[in-house]
Design a protein around this ligand. Structure first.
Ligand code: CAA
Length: 257
């Protein structure tokens, strides 16, 4: 891997993917995004990994798609490159995915954080969709996911003016889960990851699918989907372990089976 670092911690069932293009503020070139897609696919298949954290560094989560790589492209180049099929694959990650964001999360960087299931932010995090300032618009989900997260008025303002919001504002609007001092953001992301990793990974996958379904469908269909996944959980050994551990007043030991 040239542009990312992958560190699985099998004992804790948590894996870390660090975007590692610091000189370009982790601008998301095609190669970097391909590496993220491949790493997520591989980690999704590793049984010992239950939760994945995606992060950058203190200064930048990612400052967006690589403008230098895109600047002279034609629509047909863009069509052939088909960069968003990579994003579609990332969206299909089955395991819970936490973005640990510090510094800039702009354009594709904000979109990548929003593609994750939860966001832990440092106090220095800045979220924005500044594509309008370079003559385009968000293309990796910004107009859709940001609007669902922060509501139409704020999303319109951010997308049409390119203005950034602070971590505290992002928390206020429901875009992020937690805001902590910069020296704590990785620690907090790990605490959250370990807490989820201590649950049944099968239940976590089924629950993640059901929550995500609520964005894709109407209530009756979503409730039907939820019910099927709830019943499916009863096919797992983890369900028996979890419920019997409760009755026997002991901690459960989930095996992901
Ligand atoms: N693409 C390519 N390179 C980038 C980049 C990007 N998105 N963002 C930063 N860089 C590079 C800069 O060109 C610079 O490289 P050089 O040293 O070689 O000149 C280096 O990173 C440091 O950047 P700055 O000197 O600009 O740092 P700064 O602290 O002065 O400013 C910033 C930081 C406000 C984030 C500024 O870099 C910036 O505005 N970046 C672009 C943000 C942006 O427009 N993102 C949207 C991209 S389009 C998109 O994402 C489309 C989509 O929906 C998929």
């Amino acid at each position: 891997m040239q542009y990312i670092k992958v560190t699985p911690d099998y004992a804790q069932h948590v894996a870390l993917i660090e975007l590692n293009r610091p000189k370009a503020l982790n601008a998301l070139n095609l190669e970097l995004m391909g590496e993220v897609r491949d790493a997520l696919k591989a980690l999704d298949e590793e049984e010992a990994v239950r939760v994945i954290i995606l992060t950058g560094n203190a200064k930048a989560f990612a400052a967006g798609a690589d403008i230098k790589q895109m600047a002279d492209k034609t629509p047909i180049d863009m069509l052939k490159i088909d960069q968003f099929s990579t994003w579609d694959q990332i969206k299909k990650t089955k395991k819970p995915l936490i973005a640990a964001v510090s510094g800039f999360a702009l354009g594709g960087g904000c979109e990548l954080a929003m593609t994750c299931d939860m966001i832990v932010a440092s106090e220095t995090a800045k979220f924005g969709q500044p594509e309008i300032k370079i003559g385009v618009m968000p293309g990796a989900g910004g107009t859709q996911r940001l609007t669902k997260a922060v509501g139409k008025a704020k999303a319109m303002e951010m997308v049409l003016t390119g203005s950034f919001i602070s971590a505290d504002e992002a928390k206020h609007y429901g875009l992020v889960n937690k805001v902590v001092p910069v020296e704590m953001f990785m620690h907090e992301a790990l605490v959250l990851a370990k807490s989820i990793a201590s649950m049944s990974p099968i239940a976590a996958q089924l629950a993640k699918e059901a929550v995500n379904r609520s964005f894709e469908t109407h209530l009756e269909e979503g409730l039907f989907f939820e019910r099927k996944n709830f019943y499916m959980a009863f096919a797992s050994e983890d369900q028996k372990e979890g419920m019997h551990a409760f009755i026997e007043k002991r901690a459960p030991d989930y095996k992901g089976k």
